[in-house]
Design a protein around this ligand. Structure first.
Ligand SMILES: NC(=O)c1ccc[n+]([C@@H]2O[C@H](COP(=O)([O-])OP(=O)(O)OC[C@H]3O[C@@H](n4cnc5c(N)ncnc54)[C@H](O)[C@@H]3O)[C@@H](O)[C@H]2O)c1
Length: 354
């Protein structure tokens, strides 16, 4: 039975990395199901789309009949579910769309997939997998020590992370209640090519090159664990292929950095790769009011996926960031095309308590 993998959100940042890898490195057929919100673009999969093994369906995961029609048409052997509203700041300004897509959309997808999977012939039903892709943000915020493991209690604190936590619970419930063969993964902050230019690292690179202020939330001491997107995509493929049904896997880069350190490293790389006529990019750093409810530290213990599936990131933060900075310098046309009429670099996520 040849693999046919349906990727939801395959026109977004991480989903498109998964699609590109699946086309380039496997023989699998790939169905990219994506609504094409502001965050998704066909440009992200332009090369993959030339393959006869690639198909695209512009569908909302919350549209049950449309999802069912896609399942009937393409008969996937597995699903990798990445479609989501993924930006914390946008979920602060307007939480409804995160609730609708991340919770109700995942629910609708699960129901469609349950009906499809239940009607598959025995061997195909046994081989089927539903991989739910989630975030370390569901675990809440850490103090200076400790790391999230797969058994850390959920404690989400933003509309985004709460909606992702809810979707994780739904996926586990569909396994325990209906027997749907699921695997789940929770990953730390990703960075790399094709990340929508509203997230920290592309914002820093683009504003630096434009000569604008580089906004640092609060004191810049919030800590994230950073993972290069291609390493995440490889981990996701391993979890899908070899993960144990019903289990979850934490994925992280073992690269904790304070936001201010990230900004300074971006500036140093730009000084080298695109030097200003005079002065250093660090002079553009500007501290701005913190994000409301900003989680202080996330850190991932990725021992389980290393031991059980043999996964290790190939990029360090420094090598991955160098690739990323170079890519954004060379792909300003892409940045302009995906932001045109959608995002003008303004600050998001400023809704405050009364
Ligand atoms: N970016 C990260 O650092 C990170 C880390 C861990 C986990 N994740 C998770 O990985 C997944 C992908 O994240 P990303 O950064 O690539 O997000 P993204 O915002 O770049 O892409 C999301 C994609 O989903 C599509 N989409 C949104 N709503 C949809 C809907 N209702 N129906 C169909 N398609 C829809 C968008 O068009 C877009 O192509 C998300 O589930 C996210 O929670 C992201």
């Amino acid at each position: 039975m040849s693999a046919r993998i349906l990727v939801t959100g395959g026109a977004g940042f991480i989903g498109s990395a998964v699609v590109r890898q699946l086309i380039a490195e496997t023989e699998a057929g790939v169905v990219n199901l994506d609504k094409l919100t502001y965050a998704g673009s066909p440009l992200n999969v332009a090369d993959a789309a030339r393959s006869p093994r690639y198909a695209f369906e512009q569908v909302d995961i919350g549209d049950g009949p449309a999802v069912q029609a896609v399942l009937a048409r393409h008969r996937p052997t597995a699903i990798m579910h990445l479609a989501a509203e993924s930006h914390v700041d946008r979920s602060i300004d307007g939480p409804r769309v995160a609730i609708e897509t991340n919770i109700m959309g995942t629910f609708t997808l699960l129901e469609s997939v349950r009906a499809y999977w239940g009607a598959l012939p025995g061997a195909e039903r046994d081989a089927f997998r539903f991989h739910h892709v989630s975030t370390d943000e569901v675990f809440g915020s850490l103090g200076p020590t400790g790391q999230f493991t797969e058994t850390t209690a959920y404690d989400p604190r933003s509309p985004y992370s709460a909606s992702k936590a809810a979707s994780d619970h739904l996926v586990r419930a569909w396994h325990h209640t209906y027997g749907l063969p699921i695997v789940l993964s929770n990953c730390s902050n990703n960075y790399g090519p094709y990340q929508y230019p509203e997230k920290l690292i592309p914002v820093l690179i683009r504003k630096a090159l434009a000569g604008d202020k580089l906004p640092i939330y609060g004191k810049g001491d919030n800590v994230r664990d950073w993972l290069y997107v291609e390493d995440h995509a490889r981990a996701l493929r391993l979890v899908l292929e070899r993960g144990v049904i019903g289990e979850s896997y934490n994925i992280g880069g073992n690269a904790e950095r304070q936001n201010l350190e990230v900004a300074c490293t971006v500036c140093a790389l730009l000084d080298e790769l695109a030097p200003k006529p005079s002065g250093k990019y660090e002079s553009q750093l500007a501290f701005v009011t913190d994000r409301p409810g900003h989680d202080w530290r996330y850190a991932i213990d990725a021992t389980k996926i290393a031991d059980a599936l043999g996964w290790q990131p190939r990029e360090t933060f420094e090598t991955g960031l160098r690739r990323t900075v170079r890519w954004y310098i060379e792909n300003d046309d892409w940045c302009k095309a995906v932001t045109a009429d959608k995002y003008g670099g303004e600050r998001l996520g400023t809704a405050r308590r009364p």
